[in-house]
Write a protein that binds this ligand. Structure first.
Ligand SMILES: NC(=O)c1ccc[n+]([C@@H]2O[C@H](COP(=O)([O-])OP(=O)(O)OC[C@H]3O[C@@H](n4cnc5c(N)ncnc54)[C@H](OP(=O)(O)O)[C@@H]3O)[C@@H](O)[C@H]2O)c1
Length: 256
């Protein structure tokens, strides 16, 4: 896809990967709007020249209001990135995990669906545009300490596949960004293997720029997750990742 001359909305662009991709699209010559809940982060981005919108993707009315405000300011909007997500640890031996599960599904899965629904009539109406949904390597290779996160991202993957097929012929494409661990949101403290954000974003923009744009944006580091089942490494890698259960409060040792 052409990275310049676009009008892009990043929902969940107030920090981390979303904020970096917002800056990359702007640097490439596109007009970029950012939405999220964090008012201070929105104010900083406004000072950088982005148009900004307060939005909570768990709230139907908030998403509808943002849709109206964004389209009033940017009637040429052609690209919507559904970046909003939470990454929560859950101990499934403690039923108190349910609130984390609820928040995860409401934000990562239903939040994506709300935003896609809000902008589908606009993009289909203009006969051209792109949704960029965001999953994770964990959609394809579970990380046991984050069970509902994995489920939500696997669901967004399946949803993105169906959305692409349902929108075929309308001019609206669906691209799924599948990040591996990236050094954002405190990841750098818990995962020394997390990819530096800068290099990750450069690789992502390079893949997005390909013509035609791939259906899935897979940086080198995520290929082992994406294709583990096909390559016969799945069971071994899940067992290896079970070691990480020791990061749950109350678990004494690996895999317990
Ligand atoms: N970093 C990784 O290792 C990694 C790996 C795979 C996939 N991902 C995915 O990449 C995306 C971005 O993650 P990140 O690492 O950049 O983390 P991050 O810095 O925590 O960014 C998360 C973004 O989601 C927004 N958000 C959360 N809840 C929201 C809500 N209810 N309404 C609106 N926006 C909401 C946050 O904005 P506000 O707080 O302002 O609302 C923030 O902009 C997520 O979908 C994540 O699952 C990340």
């Amino acid at each position: 896809m052409e990275l310049a001359h676009r009008t892009v909305l990043v929902v969940g662009g107030t920090s981390g990967i979303g904020r970096e991709l917002a800056r990359r699209f702007a640097a490439a010559g596109s007009t970029v709007a950012v939405a999220g809940r964090n008012a201070d982060a929105l104010a900083e981005l406004a000072a950088e020249g982005f148009s900004t919108f307060e939005a909570d993707v768990t709230d139907d009315a908030s998403v509808t209001a943002v849709r109206d405000a964004v389209l009033a300011l940017h009637p040429d909007l052609d690209t919507v990135i559904t970046m909003s997500g939470v990454m929560l640890l859950e101990d499934l031996r403690d039923p108190a995990h349910f609130e984390a599960a609820r928040t995860t599904v409401d934000t990562n899965l239903l939040g994506t669906i709300r935003v896609v629904d809000a902008f589908t009539p606009h993009l289909v109406g203009r006969g051209a545009g792109t949704f960029i949904t965001v999953t994770s390597g964990i959609a394809f290779l579970p990380f046991p300490p984050m069970p509902t996160y994995a489920a939500s991202k696997a669901a967004v993957h399946a949803y993105s596949e169906a959305l692409r097929v349902q929108l075929a012929g309308t001019g609206v494409g669906v691209v799924e960004l599948v990040p591996p661990a990236v050094a954002t949101a405190g990841q750098e403290q818990v995962n020394p293997h997390a990819l530096p954000l800068d290099g990750f974003a450069t690789e992502v923009m390079g893949l997005l720029a390909q013509e035609p744009t791939p259906d899935e944006i897979l940086v080198e580091k995520v290929l082992m997750h994406r294709w583990a089942e096909r390559e016969g490494t799945y069971d071994g890698l899940v067992a290896q990742r079970a070691q990480a259960l020791s990061m749950l409060p109350g678990r004494q040792g690996a895999g317990q």
